[in-house]
Design a protein around this ligand. Structure first.
Ligand code: SF4
Length: 501
């Protein structure tokens, strides 16, 4: 009988410590701020990292050319972005294929799961082979923080210091971005926020690279950001961007530059922190461990048995969650990000459970449903925009299916799910504009109601603001009472003592 040669994936991953200094670690996929900070943090650990540029349309085309059919949109963008960069190294910078394969590798996140995220690494290798880079190494972090890597002499040292450096950079990126989204819509001089953010990035990258105090760098950032002139007495719709992790995080063509488009249309964006995703992963691990602990074992009595190992794991996860939150809030305090709350994962699970089972995984799980309900019931935003990549399995179920039920139960919700295919910008932008029209009306009504309730008119509000230096600063953010920032500022100004003439 003729022997059948089975296909097998060679999966090259060798990366020795000796080659650490001579190998460039390519990575990317978060915001420009996060990528720059991660690059600085990894440089401090002795690596030679290089963040890939934000994926654009040509990256999508490259991904479609070399990828399999029927992938989800983020796969095409991210795989194509890597291939595009390697082609640039070969065709523009003149490196040979051997040099590229020997001196570069790609590090990315991955996970075994119900959606296409679990197949990314295979997709990378297929596309790399077809593009002429067979043998190029792709190292994959699993969602849970482990690395799929068997070699003993690994150049990528997965020490606690390595993970702490990554988390630190992610949290710093989150707090700086959050400040930017709070300030930019209200800046008086166009471009002044971005100029300040560029300086913040330089300061923080230098602190990370040279292992200096990030606390001091954050305080310098705070002073720089506080100097941006703003006028927050403008009612603007607040828009929460939720949806698939990559699609809602990227700042490029992957979501048609949604954040910048919304700001250009006069909205204030509320974006999700990367550390929220880490907290969700911690919650997932704790939830699954707890469920497993309660499984009946095979003893005839069928009694539940509690063991020490899972209890210890639960304790460690709880500790990890507390430390993460504390670190984040410390960074937030130093940069002046007041009143910012990371999502409480247990609360989100409880809210979302009636609509989307907590056991269902893939994509954002129950989080998107819970965030929409929270946004409506707690008056957090005027519009919730869900970014749904074309071909995404979990997003289709949530945004098209489950959210319809949520909207039926919460008719006051202003929700829009947009599908990002990479070539439908005009369609998506016009649908967003329609939803923004309703959101803008809500923000204006809310502001008028605040004027009536407080009994102060526009002129007196401006005078009161002029007299309060702290409230005028860009780093000041009024406490939450309703969704709109301008209305919240009015309520704050009205609460403060005002000398009678
Ligand atoms: S969540 Fe959707 S878009 Fe993201 S990797 Fe999974 S299938 Fe693709």
């Amino acid at each position: 009988m003729q022997a059948v040669a089975q296909w097998h994936d060679p999966n090259p991953r060798a990366f020795s410590k000796a080659r650490r200094g001579g190998t460039t670690l390519l990575f990317g996929g978060l915001t420009a701020m996060h990528d720059a900070l991660i690059e600085a943090a990894l440089t401090a650990l002795g690596y030679r990292p290089q963040a890939l540029p934000c994926p654009d349309r040509s990256a999508l085309q490259c991904g479609k050319e070399f990828g399999n059919r029927g992938q989800c949109n983020p796969t095409y963008f991210t795989v194509g972005n890597l291939i595009k960069h390697l082609i640039h190294l070969r065709d523009v910078e003149g490196l040979s294929r051997e040099q590229i394969v020997d001196d570069y590798l790609f590090v990315t996140a991955g996970a075994c799961g119900p959606c296409r995220f679990g197949m990314y690494v295979t997709e990378y290798r297929k596309a790399l082979r077809d593009a002429g880079f067979e043998g190029f190494r792709v190292l994959v972090f699993e969602n849970a923080g482990r690395l799929q890597q068997g070699e003993a002499d690994t150049g990528l040292g997965l020490t606690p210091g390595f993970f702490i450096a990554l988390l630190k950079a992610a949290m710093l990126g989150d707090v700086v971005n959050a400040m930017g989204y709070r300030i930019r819509p209200y800046e008086v001089v166009t471009g002044s926020t971005d100029a300040a953010l560029t300086e913040c990035r330089t300061l923080l990258c230098a602190a990370l690279r040279e292992r200096r105090s990030v606390r001091r760098a954050l305080r310098q950032c705070r002073r720089r950001l506080a100097g941006v002139p703003v006028n927050r007495l403008q009612p603007k719709p607040k828009v929460s961007i939720v949806g698939e992790f990559w699609a809602m995080t990227t700042e490029g063509e992957g979501n048609y530059q949604l954040q910048r488009f919304l700001e250009a249309e006069g909205a204030e964006c509320e974006v999700q922190a990367v550390v929220s995703w880490v907290l969700y992963s911690v919650w997932e691990a704790a939830y699954d461990t707890r469920e497993r602990m309660l499984l009946r074992n095979e003893q005839p009595t069928g009694r539940r048995r509690f063991e020490f190992a899972p209890l210890r794991k639960m304790l460690l996860l709880r500790l990890g969650r507390i430390v993460l939150r504390r670190c984040f809030y410390r960074y937030a305090r130093h940069i002046g990000l007041s009143g910012y709350h990371l999502p409480d994962m247990d609360e989100l699970a409880r809210i979302g459970h009636d609509y989307y089972a907590n056991e269902l995984r893939g994509g954002e799980g129950h989080m998107e449903v819970a965030k929409l309900i929270q946004g409506v019931t707690q008056q957090k935003v005027h519009l919730t925009l869900s970014v749904k990549p074309f071909g995404c399995m979990p997003s289709s179920g949530v945004s098209d299916g489950v959210q319809s039920l949520v909207i039926a139960r919460y008719p006051e919700a202003n929700f829009l799910a947009v599908e990002t295919t990479g070539d439908g910008a005009v369609n998506v932008h016009s649908r967003v504009q329609m939803a923004l029209f309703r959101a803008r009306r809500k923000a204006e009504d809310e502001y008028r109601a605040a004027l009536q309730t407080t009994g102060i008119d526009d002129g007196r509000a401006t005078a009161r603001l002029a007299a309060r230096r702290r409230c005028r600063q860009a780093t000041h953010y009024p406490p939450h009472r309703v969704a709109g920032t301008a209305a919240n500022l009015l309520y704050e100004l009205a609460r403060q003592p005002w000398p009678r003439r």
